[in-house]
Design a binder for this molecule. Structure first.
Ligand code: PNW
Length: 477
């Protein structure tokens, strides 16, 4: 497709939205403040702190529960048009159920949302970013399909209370990541070891919940509130290690992105056929009577397809892929049938999984556009980790290079990307890595109880980009 020759491929299109992102457990602190209930990350970090690299937790984190005005100030200074944050389910509904609403939690998010709007910053709100109320985990957590109903009831409370002002909603952040929390007992919370089963059940609950929330919003709120709803999926690009390994990477895409994206964004409303066949086949070979990947019924197909206004997409890095089998029996790794590695030439970060591969973003965006009819895409996360410090030259390069590739996808390839929020506004609690890996464009001093924020070099460059709406000359080839 492409745009007219001479179009400036390093400029953001009119109307393109730019901002920064965070998530509740990673920044808020206030873990037991004013009636908040316990969630699975409170439990994991308190009871199994050994799982976290520095054995630390999010009890105080960036203390955004108290210091949110500081966050708003820095966003404003950067010229951010929007702020992506998530709502802590247990802060709103301490026990997960909607019979007991914590008014202090409602107040907190009202204050944050109003402060953002007063400063001309639009909120984009993630309904679920991994901090499940412990009471719901006690019922089995996401593998239990009843959570789809409880999650829908929670979402309704949010639409009722905040939907007059919040117009961009994300149902889930990265189902792929938190389904893996049910595939290992040394992983993310709740860290349950049911690989190849609990993870697929989680995936089903999430798809059901997403579709039901979308339909509920349509029925009960959309006409009045006029908001948009999406889901944020995460993927790592898979580059075939050689030209005869293309099928392995295609399979990887179908297992890791397609399993969630296909039911929502394709017309079929169902899983892609490749994972269905492979999991059916493996399940039979393991002696099971029914497939570990639960079937989607015709009714569900009708309810699911098209339940989106946009596709949120989190992107960081790439792998090399080839055919092969790894992982225990059963496991999603074994079902996928792809062996991954990284190219030693790709620059490293502080996170073992994250290497700098800017061109992979363009390829991945094109893959999505081709697979799902070029839906509107919002890049809800993209960022780089180091060990801290204000002079973050590598992060500056990361952002400018990845943004250049995203702009090529937009201007040259015609991919429909309409927004971008950098991960992250702040250094924060990086899950199992604790505070050892830093993703922020603002530095936070975790030794100082006042948690001062200081913009890094990268925040200054993003400020320039947000204000000029183009990639600065000095970063062009
Ligand atoms: C995302 N991996 O998660 C999350 O949405 C954020 O909360 C997180 O802080 C950020 O990326 C940086 O990690 C990921 O292992 C978690 O490849 C794990 C991976 C990738 C992204």
């Amino acid at each position: 497709i492409g745009f007219a020759a001479g179009h400036d491929n390093t400029t953001f299109p009119d109307g393109f939205l730019l901002g920064a992102a965070t998530a509740s457990y990673q920044i808020e602190g206030g873990w037991n403040a004013d009636g908040k209930g316990v969630n699975i990350w409170d439990t994991l970090t308190h009871e199994r702190s050994i799982y976290v690299e520095d054995k630390y937790n999010g009890d105080l984190a960036d203390d955004s529960y108290n210091l949110y005005m500081e966050d708003v100030k820095h966003l404003k200074n950067m010229g951010a048009q929007l702020y992506r944050f998530s709502i802590s389910w247990a802060r709103i509904l301490p026990e997960g159920h909607d019979y007991k609403i914590n008014e202090a939690g409602i107040d907190y998010y009202n204050r944050l949302i109003n402060a953002l709007l007063d400063n001309g910053i639009e909120p984009i709100v993630t309904i679920y970013h991994w901090d499940l109320p412990q009471k719901l985990q006690d019922l089995g957590g996401w593998p239990n399909i009843v959570l789809a109903t409880y999650n829908e009831n929670y979402a309704r409370v949010l639409f009722k209370n905040f939907g007059d002002r919040v117009k961009l909603w994300i149902t889930f952040n990265e189902p792929r990541t938190f389904m893996a929390a049910y595939a290992s007992d040394t992983g993310m919370a709740p860290s349950i070891n049911t690989p190849g089963i609990g993870d697929y059940l989680t995936s089903r609950t999430v798809l059901t919940a997403h579709a039901n929330i979308y339909r509920m919003y349509e029925r009960e709120f959309k006409q009045q509130q006029k908001g948009k709803i999406g889901i944020s999926l995460w993927n790592v690009w898979c580059e075939p290690i050689s030209t005869n390994q293309v099928d392995a990477c295609e399979r990887y895409q179908q297992f890791h992105l397609g399993l969630r994206a296909h039911p929502i964004f394709s017309e079929s409303g169902n899983y892609p056929s490749v994972p269905v066949k492979r999991v059916d086949h493996n399940s039979r070979a393991e002696g099971l009577t029914s497939s570990r990947l639960p079937k989607i019924t015709p009714e569900e197909v009708n309810c699911r397809t098209g339940t989106y206004d946009f596709l949120g997409f989190n992107f960081y890095t790439s792998n090399l892929g080839k055919r092969g089998v790894t992982g225990g029996i059963p496991s999603k790794g074994r079902d996928t049938g792809a062996i991954l590695s990284q190219d030693a030439e790709w620059p490293e970060s502080a996170s073992s999984w994250l290497r700098v591969v800017p061109w992979a973003l363009r390829k991945q965006l094109n893959w999505i556009a081709n697979a799902y009819g070029n839906p509107p895409i919002f890049v809800t996360e993209n960022g780089y980790s180091d060990y801290g410090g204000l002079n973050d030259t590598s992060r500056v390069l990361y952002y400018s290079e990845y943004m250049k590739e995203m702009l090529k996808a937009i201007h040259i390839d015609g991919v429909n990307v309409f927004g971008y929020t950098a991960w992250s506004l702040l250094d924060n609690f990086e899950w199992l890595a604790g505070y050892t890996e830093r993703f922020g464009v603002c530095d936070v001093d975790f030794d100082d109880p006042n948690r001062p924020r200081i913009p890094k070099e990268s925040a200054k460059v993003l400020t320039e980009i947000f204000n000029t709406r183009k990639i600065p000359e000095r970063f062009l080839d």
